[in-house]
Design a protein around this ligand. Structure first.
Ligand SMILES: [Cu+2]
Length: 174
């Protein structure tokens, strides 16, 4: 009986002894793999102050705004969000004295320069919004950024919904 317990204990100890380094090694490999995947992205574009303008029931269109800063020359080429069936990158500017917005294929993110998406300028137009967005809600956005070599990376961003009146988004004219 005593021997049986001894051998059991021995087995348990040896399995821990074998198990621990394996787990540790597996973790190291996992961390290495994760770093290999996320390092280029982490060194990529910083997104700050991401927010979405709130909507009222029935409102299908709103804007998302943020600041983007890339350490290397890059461009924002696409945005998607689960709250909108379609998201476009828009630019708003004066055209013969009238403020107009138009969809653009990409927005250049020059190295080290902060590029602002704001009401009256570049913005992400969320269209066919699936439901009302209330102040304090979080809207996930997936940004696709392309580097100069044409390599694409995606960034997950959580944008906070601000009240409808938070900033004035000029009338939507296309
Ligand atoms: Cu727009």
């Amino acid at each position: 009986m005593h021997r049986f317990v001894q051998s059991l204990r021995g087995a348990a100890v040896s399995s821990i002894a074998i198990g621990a380094p394996q787990t540790h090694r597996a973790r190291q490999l996992l961390v290495a793999a994760m770093m290999a995947m996320t390092l280029p992205a982490a060194a990529q574009v910083a997104v700050t102050d991401a927010w979405v303008r709130g909507t009222v029931p029935g409102q299908k269109v709103t804007g998302a705004f943020m600041q983007l800063k890339s350490p290397t020359d890059a461009a924002l080429v696409a945005v998607t969000s689960p709250v909108a069936k379609l998201a476009e990158i828009h630019e708003m500017k004066q055209d013969a004295g009238v403020m107009r917005m138009r969809a653009v294929d990409k927005v250049a993110l020059p190295a080290g320069k902060s590029v602002e998406f704001k009401p009256g300028g570049y913005h992400v137009m969320l269209m066919d919004v699936t439901g009302p967005l209330k102040e304090g809600d979080t809207v996930p956005l997936t940004l696709t950024v392309e580097d100069r070599a044409g390599k694409k990376q995606t960034l997950e961003v959580k944008a906070r919904v601000k009240a409808l009146t938070a900033a004035d988004l000029p009338a939507h004219k296309h």
